[in-house]
Design a protein around this ligand. Structure first.
Ligand SMILES: NC(=O)c1ccc[n+]([C@@H]2O[C@H](COP(=O)([O-])OP(=O)(O)OC[C@H]3O[C@@H](n4cnc5c(N)ncnc54)[C@H](O)[C@@H]3O)[C@@H](O)[C@H]2O)c1
Length: 251
């Protein structure tokens, strides 16, 4: 199992869902974690549940000023930043011809600019420390077109592209940058609308929806030294959905 002992991580959007699961898994593996989110009550409760290894900071990822305060908290409380998980995100679906410039701007500000600000905020402190790992949460919508995902899909494709550039430019400083592309994961983002458990998701080859911990285990690996020669890569984690189409059961 990947060990994160001695590492300090910032995880955005960690009040709930995948970010919260990642924060819990990181702490279990020995990391100190700064959880950030707009949701103060939920974020504080999640950090409290983890205990001494966690701090919560109210944070809007689209604000460069907020990022400076987050990095300062990690430095002051835990001594630095070894890992950044750019996990915060927003989603809605809308037909392309009904999407607005304002809508596209809003989603890019959080999903893309949030990731961009995060990389810029942590890279100097990671470079000074001799390296680090940045994990950017994209989506299957960042690998393929999906109807209704004009704004969200654009943001997630952009994260994938930004990841490649960051990996190329930051590799010489020992900073690794990878993207993760989950399929449907049972979180509040999609209204927790799927019934968890085997057999309940016939369109997915592994026949189940993803759980936050499925994604968390991969993110732990990418944060750890066990992935020390991996950068600029994209990791599909989707129960096999991208492999192709599951034929309908013949009656
Ligand atoms: N759930 C899925 O099916 C799915 C699939 C693929 C990718 N993703 C991606 O996974 C990531 C985590 O999503 P989730 O499924 O846990 O959803 P979620 O809605 O439960 O969690 C997202 C968190 O981000 C926070 N957030 C939103 N805007 C923010 C901002 N401006 N600043 C700080 N925090 C902000 C929210 O408050 C929330 O706590 C997102 O990037 C999402 O796009 C989700």
């Amino acid at each position: 199992m990947a060990d994160l002992t001695g590492k300090v991580a910032i995880i955005t959007g960690a009040a709930r869902g995948q970010g919260a699961a990642e924060a819990r898994l990181f702490a279990e593996r020995g990391a100190k974690v700064v959880l950030t989110d707009l949701l103060e009550t939920e974020g504080t409760a999640t950090a409290k549940g983890i205990g001494d290894a966690a701090r919560f900071v109210r944070h809007d990822v689209s604000s460069a000023e907020d990022w400076a305060a987050v990095v300062e908290t990690a430095r002051r409380e835990f001594g630095g930043v070894d890992v950044l998980v750019n996990n915060a995100g927003i989603l809605w679906t809308k037909p392309l011809l009904e999407e607005t410039a304002e809508g596209l701007d809003k989603i890019l500000k959080v999903n893309l600019f949030g990731t961009f600000h995060g990389i810029q905020a942590v890279a100097p402190i990671m470079r000074a420390a001799g390296g680090g790992s940045i994990v950017n949460i994209s989506s299957l919508a960042g690998l393929q077109g999906i109807p209704g995902h004009a704004a969200y899909g654009s943001s997630k494709w952009a994260i994938r592209g930004l990841t490649k550039t960051a990996a190329l430019e930051l590799g010489e400083y020992g900073i690794r940058v990878n993207s993760v592309h989950p399929g449907a994961v049972n979180t509040p983002m999609i209204g927790n609308r799927f019934t968890s458990g085997a057999g309940n998701f016939p369109s997915v080859p592994l026949r189940r929806v993803g759980e936050s911990e499925d994604i968390g285990d991969l993110v732990v690996f990418l944060a750890s030294d066990e992935s020390s020669w991996i950068t600029g890569s994209e990791f599909v984690i989707d129960g096999g959905s991208m492999a192709g189409i599951v034929p309908p059961v013949q009656g």
